[in-house]
Unconditional design. Structure first.
Length: 398
């Protein structure tokens, strides 16, 4: 304990010296969620400086091994770092699929060459990643994918289409599922491979959503040559890697949508309630809304504590299992309840879309509520997740 306290004092001093004060309170500001990449933009020079200083110490990936650029921290030390960020409500120095998805997957399945090529660049925020899984006819039934890869010497030639590629138009590399053996059964004959999006033959188009935003894209691959050394794990054994990465993805989605009552999500609920639905003393007028608010905040807190147990296990080296399906179902449905409550607070003021008469926060409420409708579809539908829970957690009969 004395060693942990010494570490806490040393880390706090480093954070105080390294994190610009202009970032205090920015944890919940989407503009300050830094994704990195070749085309990275920053809301301020201080945000860029925060990333550079944290990356130099490996704190963009605190528990990753130092030989790959990570911080090499223990579980307890990483929690201390999380606490220091929370104390000042600082944004994480780096976020994105490199940190939350492909990085942990490469630590488990990547070759030494792949780890040394990709992990340090992820830690430094030099490369932004996206996911090439879903196809127009292979969404929840992902194993039906048909994007084809044909071996040609020391490369694979890939032809096909991917859809719902989150931030594909802003990314530099993609982790991609391709079918390398069309005669094999659905889950077999699939290979997990990495591709630089600057490779000739790749085109990406944004998809506009009902919320007005375009975070998703459709990706077309035409005679794209990918080096065979970019295969992760083994040829035709990509389904094993894909399932492991999906565990990281579901945990990531749940973490984004299910932050606890002490966190930015809980603060957001209370801020909107005070602004739109409270009397001068700060008490929510409507008793039904009061009850819904209390229940939501309690549920958020319980869920965050459950998520923390899972994160602690991951830091000890435990791989994500079928319990991630529970996180994904509960976290996304919790967010839908949250968005419903927020627009209920605002009433008719949450009906705006654009134009005069509404402030930016009110328009955000509308768009976030619309966007939340897709939460229980993306990353594997709730129905698919409930099937996984029934079969692999509860072991119910077919």
């Amino acid at each position: 304990m004395d060693e942990l306290n010494e570490f806490r004092e040393e880390l706090r001093a480093w954070v105080e010296a390294s994190a610009p004060s202009s970032l205090d309170g920015k944890a919940s500001d989407p503009a300050y969620q830094t994704w990195g990449g070749r085309r990275a933009t920053f809301p301020s020079e201080d945000a860029r400086l925060w990333l550079e200083r944290a990356a130099a110490r490996g704190l963009t990936a605190p528990t990753w091994p130092r030989e790959y650029g990570g911080g090499g921290l223990t579980r307890e030390q990483a929690r201390v770092f999380d606490g220091e960020l929370a104390r000042r409500k600082l944004p994480p120095p780096l976020t994105g699929f490199g940190i939350t998805m492909i990085g942990p997957t490469l630590l488990t399945y990547g070759t030494e060459e792949q780890k040394r090529e990709h992990l340090p660049r992820i830690v430094q925020g030099e490369i932004r990643w996206c996911q090439g899984y879903s196809e127009p006819n292979a969404g929840s039934d992902l194993a039906s994918l048909q994007c084809a890869a044909r071996r040609d010497g020391d490369a694979f030639v890939v032809n096909g289409q991917k859809t719902w590629t989150s931030y594909g138009d802003l990314s530099d590399w993609m982790f991609l599922l391709v079918r390398t053996d069309p005669s094999a059964k659905k889950q077999q004959g699939i290979t997990f491979i990495l591709v630089d999006l600057d490779t000739p033959g790749i085109s990406i188009r944004p998809i506009r959503l009902i919320s007005g935003a375009s975070p998703f894209c459709e990706t077309f691959l035409e005679n794209v040559r990918i080096p065979a050394r970019n295969v992760v794990h083994e040829i035709n054994q990509g389904w094993t890697v894909a399932k492991a990465l999906l565990g990281h993805e579901r945990t990531m989605i749940a973490s984004v949508f299910g932050q606890g009552g002490r966190s930015r999500q809980g603060d957001r609920v209370l801020d909107v309630a005070r602004r739109h639905a409270a009397d001068p003393s700060g008490r929510i007028d409507d008793p039904i809304l009061r009850d819904r608010t209390a229940q939501l905040l309690m549920d958020q807190t319980c869920f965050e504590l459950t998520m923390q147990r899972s994160r602690d296990g991951a830091k000890l080296g435990h791989r994500p299992g079928p319990e991630t399906s529970f996180f994904k179902v509960y976290g996304t449905e919790l967010n839908q309840r949250r968005q419903e409550l927020l627009v209920a607070f605002a009433g008719q003021e949450a009906l705006g879309w654009e134009g005069d008469g509404y402030d930016a926060d009110e328009l955000t409420l509308t768009r976030e509520w619309l966007r939340s409708r897709g939460n229980t579809i993306e990353g594997g539908t709730s129905e698919i997740q409930l099937n996984i829970i029934a079969k692999r957690v509860l072991e119910l009969p077919e």
